[in-house]
Ligand binder design. Structure first.
Ligand SMILES: [Cu+2]
Length: 384
């Protein structure tokens, strides 16, 4: 049994262009900060999950759990809430200063969204969403065949795992809510696009940066050659996001919390770009294998001279200065390289290019990197 306590509060998000944006978010503790996205819920198939929601806002708030069945409040199935004949919430809510307790059994492994079911066209874009991972009943992170997304024998083994939740921000909505002004939702116009609540390049910073107290989750994907990397996507905004990683296709093994398999027929498929729509989730396995070229087994072409290459025209680069994994080389004068150990970087981003900007400034937005390291700590890329 899992008991999860969440507090709904307000706070301010930071964007890389220096903006500070009022938002609503879930917090893990009574005195902790609201965060975007909400705390990851990681539970196990078959487990009874209770989520207590404490509302500190001045309007009703609820959580709906798309993909979960049999959600109850005080022993009764959740049901729509009305006030003076008007729909207020899809499910039971907590009034300001009050709490509501949801209980359900997580029946299916996979990736799920949780989000506000109250005034959702405002509360979800304001930040009231998060991700839930349901582990298969036989999950065991210490045994290779049992470290899977959907259970042993489902061909969903992974070495490392990452959760990326997509969202958008229209600062006008957030400012209107902060100032208690009305806002025409038909004028919704995002200026920022987020992965795990952050805009690039902040997406590539580590978890729990001191200067991003409301945006604790990194979107940096790190792995070694040949490893199976489970990438979970959740679409929490209202836009469609055509995400793709460079370096290789991903194999989509699950959608909306269901394994892509019909009996013994494997329905998984490889894609270059995955279009993530609102409320959708995807589970994918990404594997990168190099060609094995090393300084001892050199690439069979003459490498261009440094002065003939365009490197870091914005003043910085992720490149090591060498084409070989694990080797660092020369970088042009005046360019800063953020490469650590000769690792390779492959961009992962939205192919809707306006979504890789921060209020019109490129690069930014819905973009991160996949870093392939020559060696990497086993602790990296574990969701807890
Ligand atoms: Cu691309």
């Amino acid at each position: 049994m899992s008991l999860i306590n969440l507090w709904v509060k307000d706070g301010y998000l930071s964007t890389p262009d220096g903006n500070s944006i009022y938002f609503w978010g879930f917090s893990k503790s009574e005195n902790g900060p609201a965060q975007l996205p909400g705390p990851h819920m990681v539970v196990t198939q078959g487990e009874t999950v209770t989520v207590n929601l404490y509302n500190t806002l001045s309007e009703p708030v609820s959580i709906s759990f798309p993909g979960q069945t049999g959600v109850t409040v005080e022993g009764q199935p959740v049901q729509p809430q009305y006030s003076a004949g008007r729909l207020v919430s899809f499910v039971n809510h907590a009034e300001p200063g009050d709490m509501v307790s949801y209980t359900f059994t997580a029946t299916h492994p996979g990736t799920f969204i949780y989000e506000s079911g109250t005034n959702p066209h405002v509360q979800i874009p304001m930040g009231l969403y998060g991700g839930m991972v349901v582990r298969p009943a036989d999950y065991d992170p210490n045994v290779k065949e049992y470290k899977t997304a959907y259970g042993t024998g489902t061909d969903t083994e992974f070495d490392r795992e990452y959760l990326l939740i997509m969202g958008e921000i229209d600062p006008d909505l957030h400012q209107a809510v902060e100032e208690g002004r009305s806002y025409l939702i038909s004028k919704y116009m995002p200026r920022y696009w987020t992965l795990n609540g952050r805009c690039a390049p902040d997406t590539m910073l580590m978890d729990n940066m001191d200067h991003l107290p409301h945006q604790p989750y990194s979107s940096m994907i790190m792995a070694q050659p040949g490893e199976k990397v489970l990438i979970r996507y959740i679409g929490a905004g209202i836009g469609n996001h055509s995400l793709h990683p460079h370096g290789n296709h991903t194999r989509i093994v699950g959608m909306d919390g269901r394994l892509l398999r019909n009996g013994n027929v494997d329905l998984s498929y490889k894609r270059f770009t995955v279009l993530v729509g609102p409320g959708q989730t995807y589970d994918q396995i990404y594997q990168w294998d190099g060609l094995g070229y090393t300084p001892e087994n050199p690439i069979p072409i003459t490498l261009p001279n440094l002065r003939n290459m365009g490197i870091g025209n914005v003043g910085w680069t992720m490149w090591s200065g060498s084409p070989y994994l694990g080797v660092k080389g020369d970088i042009p004068k005046g360019v800063t390289s953020f490469n650590e150990f000769g690792e390779y970087y492959f961009m992962l981003h939205s192919h809707k290019e306006p979504q890789i900007t921060n209020w019109g400034e490129f690069p930014g937005g819905m973009m991160t990197m996949i870093a392939i390291y020559p060696s990497l700590s086993p602790d990296v890329g574990i969701l807890t």
